[in-house]
Design a binder for this molecule. Sequence first.
Ligand SMILES: [Zn+2]
Length: 637
Amino acid sequence: MNVVFEDRFWAPRARLMAEEVIPHQWKALNDQIPGAEPSHAVENFRIAAGEVQGAFHGMVFQDSDVAKWLEAACYSLQYAPNPELERLIDEVVELLGRAQRDDGYLNTYFTIAAPDRRWKDMSFGHELYCAGHLIEAAVAHYEATGKTNFLSIARKYADLIRREIGPNPGQRRIYDGHEEIELALVKLYRAAGDESYLQLAKYFIDERGRQPSFLLDEPTFGGAYKDRWFHLDYHQAHAPVREQRTAEGHAVRAMYLYSAMADLAWLTDDGSLKDALFRLWDNVTQKRMYITGGIGSQEHGERFTIDYDLPNDTAYAETCAAIGLVFWASRMFRLDRDAKYADVMERALYNGVLSGISLDGKRYFYVNPLEVHPPTARFRHDMQHVKTERVPWFGCACCPPNIARLVASLNRYVCTAENGNVYYHLYAGSRSEFEVNGRSVRLAMETDYPWDGRIAVSVECAEPVSFNLFFRWPGWADEADVSVNGEPVDARGALQKGYIRLAGEWRNGDRIELHFPMRVRRMAAHPLVRENAGKVALQRGPLVYCLEEADNGANLADIRLSADPQFRTEFRQDLMGGIVVIRADGYRSDSEAWGNALYGEYSGRLRKTTVTFVPYAYWGNRQPGEMTVWIRQQERG
Ligand SMILES: [Zn+2]
């Protein structure tokens, strides 16, 4: 299946990754961006290879930044061939090869700084986590270039891990405190066709949470804090994974674990693993997820807290966690063929993921709160993690290359073709090519999504082909108008688990039209989400909207939406590359009439105002200022 974007939303973003972001991130990894936090990540490999003298610098998982960059760069080669970039990738892969130990080991932190600590700090050493990212990059390199040198490096390392770690006598019975190796091994199994990698992934998943946990015996367990927020649940190691009922701990770790569990459940048809995943899915998406698809409510431990605890201004909602949710959602589809997974994937992608990167691709958010009041965020101890503007790089730079690798591979998330069925999960102007029932088919999709819900699909094939086309009826759409070659289709009658099924023999030139009208929806949260009581958020199509100071002046918390707002939408080509802006009537306090008193008797006196909303993903791309997603709702009466 090959999908190429040809629209004005994703195509420019994919191009931006290839032409700007990937070269720019290479500079960041080599400390060539003035004012950015240093990385030293590439230099660490040169030191480990013995080519330069020096000390290791950076996080213990600094290697993973290089690996994720390589992975993103390889994906970009598939849609934007670039011989210069390919040469650079080859050089980096050769450097990795030179930094690899004779036994296959490849980790610059443990090689340079802590050679006697190998496999002894599973809690925080991120050793297998880094190995996982190297493996993912190697698989992407193999797929993009057909070269096997990087894959051989990864296999040599995976073979060492397989020999040294496992349940057998003489092996270390351990797993990593930060999941990642598990899903990477599944990819390696599928690329290399070696079942032993799948078995190793299964070992890691089955072993996690076995009690008493070996993690408790590590001196590093609990990290610097050694408090209850860094206990076993932080690592999703509080119970065997099949017994876990709620999403606990570090949100990114959880997403990578659940993604691997979903891979394994699919490949091995493991019913108990599937049941656990369905429970965890419901817990995350029905009780612990922001409306933006952000997850992780608390900074301390970068973690899940309890059901319905979703504070807006102290949210963590790491960009990587929303990316992880996209990974997990796309894998859950394979277990259940239900559109609810793609609904969440779309929510996270268009909101909590895209907010992580500026429109020029050069500045990033690590934390994605739903409400920012810059003076408060800059002072408050409990908001130290909140950045009020995107920054060029981070000392802990997990998010920037993660978003690059997702956007550069997003064409893989659009649709699934299997067993005579083609499912469209996401909508974007694109051309898709796939084999179905032994025939080659091309589908051209035209749409101005996410700004407009009209979608036209034309079929191109040499001979007629029978297959089922499934189009997701987005969860946000009340209605769907569907026609095939101008003949209306009963979309509701054709609905199967949220996908509209169009069966038949398709011929060259057949045309399918879908329309999911995009009205502005006022969204409320479950009454138990205390932070959002009496408030609404606007959503139009897949995009969640927010208010910015740039359009509405300061003190956004004081603004309320009128009881019966008449929403006015306008596509503004001049604004931030072109966005749909929403306007509505609202009210705010009459501060002149109020005077200087801190407290006074309630008067109910308000003045009318126009409230302007822009997509949350775009916030912070103009001048710095306040932002809020949730706005107070004036009651009727
Ligand atoms: Zn991150």
